[in-house]
Design a protein around this ligand. Structure first.
Ligand code: HEC
Length: 293
């Protein structure tokens, strides 16, 4: 290679380095949605809140932003303004999606953050989680009614017995016992169902949160579809096998586990932590779904 080409090559390399350097110095940020909008109903307004951390560690205020949503089928496109909440690093936008279906969306705020698609339900549809809850509320009180009826019928049996009505007394007693037992049987079955329905720690939700909380900005995970900014600052989590107890502590507050760590505390809720654990542990002992679905 002659000298002229050498100089040109060196020049090109330094321009590239400078460009990357400037872009990096200006910074990159991690966007963390406060909560994933799970039950969006067409025509009903809802608010999206997020935190913005420059270089993943310090909250930055005064950043402009907008939310863009595009209907997957019709291509209808809407934009919503983002406002600074005044609380350093926290922003919000009021959204309103007119029709049901899948909406693709992204937030432009110190970069472009693609979000997992939003599934919007029709106005009349009952939200998936609310349905079992209302359904379950009834049998729970129903079991009380059964139990009470059983007690009353048994009381009647005793009265009948004392009045020497020996023909009806055993029938009433049997009926009373059956009712009481029925009440007992209904309660535990419904009880466990209700607690599961209230907090579904699913792998799918975990996968969504991996992007929506900003984990994907710092961690590679082969099971996650993500094409936003990636820093590779943290380890690849595709097959990171650590116990749920450790993950619980780590995700609650990394610095509590390792004071020098560069991973920020993303203020995750207990439910979010559990969903992320199920997702990260894949087909592990929780036995829920695979990494790729
Ligand atoms: C700003 C970058 C950044 C973000 C955002 C981030 N992490 Fe990390 N993460 C790191 C770094 C750096 C480490 C290595 C930390 C260390 O060893 O001190 C790490 C380590 C981890 C580990 C391994 C801990 C261990 O020692 O086994 C897990 C698991 C993890 N992160 C999960 C997550 C999840 C889940 C999210 C999203 C809720 C997330 N991280 C968001 C930077 C980040």
């Amino acid at each position: 290679m002659n000298k002229k080409w050498m100089v040109l090559l060196l020049g090109l390399v330094s321009v590239c380095c400078l460009w990357v350097g400037v872009a990096w110095a200006g910074g990159w940020a991690v966007l963390t949605l406060e909560s994933w909008p799970e039950h969006v109903v067409a025509g009903e307004p809802f608010t999206v809140r997020y935190a913005l951390r420059q270089h993943g560690n310090h909250l930055i205020s005064g950043v402009e932003g907008k939310v863009t949503v595009v209907h997957a089928e019709t291509g209808e496109r809407l934009q919503f303004a983002v406002t600074d909440t005044g609380n350093t690093g926290y922003y919000e936008a009021a959204l309103h999606l007119p029709v049901a279906g899948e909406w693709r969306w992204h937030i432009d705020s110190f970069g472009r953050f693609e979000m997992p698609p939003l599934m919007v339900q029709t106005g009349t549809a009952v939200p998936t989680v609310a349905a079992p809850v209302t359904l379950l509320a009834k049998p729970t009180s129903f079991s009380w009614v059964l139990g009470l009826m059983g007690v009353v019928v048994m009381g009647t049996a005793v009265v009948l017995w004392r009045r020497q009505q020996t023909r009806f007394a055993p029938v009433a007693a049997l009926l009373g016992i059956t009712l009481c037992l029925a009440g007992f049987v209904v309660t535990p079955v419904v009880g466990t169902g209700a607690s599961e329905a209230a907090t579904p720690p699913t792998a799918e939700l975990g996968e969504i949160l991996f992007v929506a909380k900003g984990c994907a900005s710092c961690h590679q995970h082969d099971g996650v579809a993500y094409n936003g900014i990636r820093t590779y600052m943290g380890p690849d989590l595709t097959d990171h096998q650590v116990g749920p107890e450790f993950l619980r502590l780590w995700l609650r507050d990394p610095a509590q586990v390792r004071p020098q760590t560069l991973m920020p505390n993303l203020e995750l809720s207990d439910g979010e932590i559990e969903a992320l654990i199920v997702f990260l542990r894949g087909n592990g002992e929780t036995g829920v779904a695979s990494k790729t679905n």
